[in-house]
Design a protein around this ligand. Sequence first.
Ligand SMILES: [Zn+2]
Length: 230
Amino acid sequence: MRLFFVKDFLDLVFPRNCLLCGRSLYDHENNLCSICKGTLPVTSYHLRPTDNDLCDKVKGLSTVGMVMAYLKFTKGGNSQKLLHQLKYRNKPQLAKELGSLYGKILNENGYSKCWDVIVPVPLHPLKQSRRGYNQSEHFGLGLSEALSLKLENGIQRRKFTETQTQKSRLERMFNMDDVFEVSNYSTLSGKSILLVDDVMTTGATLCACANVLLGNGAKNVDLVTIAAGG
Ligand SMILES: [Zn+2]
């Protein structure tokens, strides 16, 4: 009985609301209400993982295999609102839940044996300390639980030497392959890797990471993001 009082008190002080519609959540709901969860713009990329518009986007940038995204990105839509929550509202548990939800879909569609390890795209250390967490890592953690796969923070941003920091932003953008490096060769070489990020826009960051993995002995690399398109 006392536990219920404590819970009611906590709900009063820290109300739990749906991050999309603001409605108060039932006990069994987390982050999102059942209605919002049921109306997320889920894509069907898992049905055509090697022949879709995201594959076209990365063509010529990297030799990855499958390319998929959980949600269709639309400006002002629910997927953009979720990405905004992840970026500016410190919501690692939301990122993880999105990973679990997509992991469940991938599991049901026979993807559980496709990969050896999940690797998230690393955040710039400055951004990570400002945000408090890497949303791609937490999305990956949700996927890793649902698919019973290990997650490895196997890529890191390279610390630039004096000469490299003198390069302009534009020069560095055209030379993305310089930005990342593999932090632990032995755990990733020969492995089938699922590389995960929050959103795919041009695909340049994901491809730079994929190329670093492939260049360091990864057997193959597939890409999954929380959202893409639009
Ligand atoms: Zn809602």
